[in-house]
Design a protein around this ligand. Sequence first.
Ligand SMILES: NC(=O)c1ccc[n+]([C@@H]2O[C@H](COP(=O)([O-])OP(=O)(O)OC[C@H]3O[C@@H](n4cnc5c(N)ncnc54)[C@H](O)[C@@H]3O)[C@@H](O)[C@H]2O)c1
Length: 330
Amino acid sequence: MKIAVFDTHSYDRDALTLANQQFGHELHFFEARLTAQTAGLASGFEVVCPFVNDKLNAETLAQLYQVGVRLIALRAAGYNAIDVPEARRLGMRVVRVPAYSPHAVAEHAFALLLSLVRKTHRAYNRVRDGNFALDGLVGFDLYGKTVGVIGTGRIGQAAIGIARGFGCRVLADDLYPDTALAQAMGFEYVPREVLLAQSDVVSLHLPLTPDSRHLINQDSLHGMKHGAILINTSRGALVDTMALIQALKSGRLGGVGLDVYELEEGVFFQNLSDKPLQDDQLARLLTFPNVLITSHQGFLTREALGNIAQTTLDNVSAYESGKKLENEVS
Ligand SMILES: NC(=O)c1ccc[n+]([C@@H]2O[C@H](COP(=O)([O-])OP(=O)(O)OC[C@H]3O[C@@H](n4cnc5c(N)ncnc54)[C@H](O)[C@@H]3O)[C@@H](O)[C@H]2O)c1
């Protein structure tokens, strides 16, 4: 099938082109993000392939429908940027890649955590500047500490496995606790307030939904242990950024690792290095020495990119041959 791939970067093109040798679809790559303004580029395509921050709201969907698009093959897991009920109302189907490498994201969460705990992001710059002093670089052992994991799905479970490997006690919270899993992996489900109050590290691994928006807010931040570290590799809007900045200013939090950010759309995935940063909240976050931000790269491993490409093209082939769409968003 002819597929219009939006928001394409070199790593998407490489992975999709390689995987497509086995499928034989006709791939057209557009660098533009998919919006109401760019939806016209999909004219003549029955399938569009957007990425995680492409905003498929009612306006964009109407434009896509008008130019003949009938399948949205999202090459990501989280579909919070797509108005799925509206797509269904128009008669368009939405497929996604529910799992591609939970380890990629969980390992990235720990990359952020370990850097913050041992201050390697600061040590790296110091040593390169010829400063070999250690003052201000005192960290702490992860061994024996308590890690709180919110969301015990695929990525949460991978994160729990890593935390257990470090010798951490793990507390967890999920809408649907799996006690057999907890027993097998050696962790404990507790009410969220208890998790926040007892954890030295809190890591978020749940989807963004109307219920989970600003789950970490002024109240929950006050309920966290003094000096705790917060890691968010899930979705930016799980955290109220203004409240986070206040908690950092007051010194309550020991560190924050973010791979996602509430207002990342239009900033993350772009090279804006020759322009003044327009987002004052992001600029403020970047001033804290104990904040480490990456630009939504949790998924960016060779394994994950290969799996994303494979499942995306497989989803399109299933649609083309009228098979059941296993990865349809309902
Ligand atoms: N940084 C990245 O590159 C990247 C890549 C992939 C996924 N993600 C994010 O990670 C999230 C988790 O992915 P996953 O594959 O583990 O998903 P999953 O569906 O396997 O697990 C999510 C878990 O969260 C739980 N949950 C849902 N709402 C909750 C709530 N309000 N409170 C407590 N628990 C709740 C669910 O019951 C489920 O167990 C995705 O939704 C996505 O936003 C980020």
